[in-house]
Design a binder for this molecule. Structure first.
Ligand code: ADP
Length: 469
């Protein structure tokens, strides 16, 4: 156990405690997942100093890419277009107003160290810009421990398209095509799919090679994602690079048949991409087939402004079948969902030969889920994956905001739990006029099988069993 007696965030950020335990247990390598420590250069540095391999890019690469202002410089040096924005963080009103004069409104104020859609504000006029600047700086300080913010032109209704890349320690670098992550709420991804339905093969080629240029410019190693916005005229602009594996990597794994996390571990071991175990001798070896989408099932209640719910999971039954992949977190019957952690219960990914088929499999899968005891966003997700704009691949980042009908939720009938409650109630309390409750003298003694519980089950096929008869 890490972080006993600490607050949840301190426990997750308990770098020294994690390393002390890893050294005690003679650990060779640490995969940081995609949580708090996956983009923490200090953690990567301390792992290396302790002689433990950090499965990810070096601390220096993280520093060059983890900060959005620094990453924009890398993109510009690599000759990739960025959204018009300030070259340095902005501290003073005057600098913000000069930018507004040159580029006009709307403007987006972004935290240099931001992530997860937090710390961003859109300003439509001078007043919002001045007020937003001060508020964004203090928000950035509180959320990321760094007040630096910068400005960008706010693109109207863009699409968010990102490219998965992966490099080894020998200078080889490949991409795994793109994902469309335009379906967002408050700048946070909700449903992701691959490949994108709105780009031509030529645009795909251009985007993927731009992503490789940026990653190549810093000699990138391990898995990373280069994120772009695509405007309505079909121009793309780099926005940031995530130097880690991302939540939505599953859809890329499904369309390419490549296990990205395993590949991360193999390249961290020092294997080149051409190694038979990885088997990517060149870019042409990475192929894609079919379509995949991912939904994040969370305890967010769509009817209550997506506030995360918590409590005990009274029932948890998941879906399965052809083309369905589940990446479960702490979801099982009896699990306690606390308000202290991310509200994600399970990620469902669906694959099909066509986008329609993948979306249908996802819809079926969402319908088969039974999660009781806490509110979830499942009905909302069902509305998204059956929406005609979604099925036509036309969603941009304003989709959820522009379609309030997505919030018309089908109420779950929860019949199975109701029937179970009813049966239990009748058995214990009887049913007025029909079945009388049993008197205690009528209760039967439960028969307990005569078994020696101190004996463990033998490994060999049973001559011994706890079952009677
Ligand atoms: P984070 O690191 O918090 O995820 P990003 O820079 O990746 O932040 O942006 C997240 C989302 O915010 C984008 O997908 C997009 O919807 C929106 N966004 C960011 N920059 C712009 C911009 N310049 N114009 C319009 N939307 C933007």
């Amino acid at each position: 156990m890490i972080g006993k007696g600490k607050s949840p965030i301190d426990a997750y950020l308990g770098i020294d405690e994690i390393l002390a335990l890893a050294l005690k247990r003679d650990v060779d390598a640490i995969h940081p997942g995609y949580g708090f420590l996956s983009e923490n250069a200090e953690f990567a540095e301390k792992c290396e100093a302790a002689g433990i391999t950090f499965i990810g890019p070096t601390a220096e690469m993280q520093r060059r890419l983890g900060d959005k202002v620094a990453a924009r410089k890398v993109a510009m040096e690599a000759g990739v277009p960025v959204v018009p924005g300030t070259e340095e963080p902005v501290e003073h009103e005057e600098d913000a107003l000069i930018f507004a004069k040159n580029y006009g409104y709307p403007i987006i104020i972004k935290a240099a160290a931001g992530g997860g859609g937090r710390g961003m504000r859109v300003a439509n006029n001078r007043k919002e810009l001045i007020e937003g600047l001060a508020a964004a700086r203090s928000e950035a300080q509180a959320s990321f421990g760094n007040p630096a913010v910068f400005l960008e032109r706010y693109l109207e209704n863009p699409k968010h398209i990102e490219v998965q890349v992966l490099g080894d320690s020998h200078g080889n670098l490949v991409h795994f095509f793109e994902r469309d992550c335009s379906i967002q709420r408050r700048h946070q991804k909700v449903v992701e799919f691959a490949p994108s339905l709105c780009i031509t093969p030529e645009m795909r080629e251009e985007l993927c090679s731009a992503a490789l240029k940026i990653a190549g410019h810093v000699g990138y190693r391990n898995a990373g994602t280069v994120e772009f916005l695509l405007d309505q005229e079909g121009n793309f602009y780099f926005i940031e690079m995530n130097p880690r594996i991302q939540v939505e990597h599953t859809v890329t794994e499904m369309i390419t048949g490549r296990n990205l996390v395993q590949t991360q571990i193999l390249v961290a071991e020092g294997k080149p991409l051409s190694d038979p175990e990885i088997n990517i001798p060149n870019q042409a070896a990475v192929k894609m087939w079919g379509y995949a989408l991912q939904c994040r099932i969370t305890t967010e209640d769509p009817a209550n402004n997506f506030a995360p719910d918590f409590g005990i999971l009274k029932a948890y039954r998941s879906s399965a079948g052809f083309g369905v992949r589940l990446d479960a977190g702490n979801a099982f019957t009896g699990a306690q969902i606390t308000p202290h952690y991310d509200s994600l219960l399970v990620k469902v990914s669906a694959w099909g030969l066509t986008f329609d088929e993948a979306a249908r499999i996802m819809h079926r899968s969402l319908q088969e889920f039974r999660i009781r005891g806490v509110k979830t966003n499942i009905s909302f997700l069902e509305n998204v994956v059956t929406h005609p704009v979604f099925l036509n691949g036309k969603c941009d980042t304003s989709f959820i905001e522009k379609h309030p009908e997505l919030l018309q939720l089908r109420e779950k009938k929860d019949r199975a739990t109701k029937v179970l409650n009813f049966i239990g109630d009748v058995i214990v309390n009887g049913s007025p006029g029909i079945i009388k409750p049993l008197k205690s003298s009528e209760l039967l003694e439960a028969t307990v099988p005569d078994v020696d519980f101190t004996k463990s089950r033998p490994a060999a096929p049973a001559t011994y069993s706890w079952r009677r008869g």
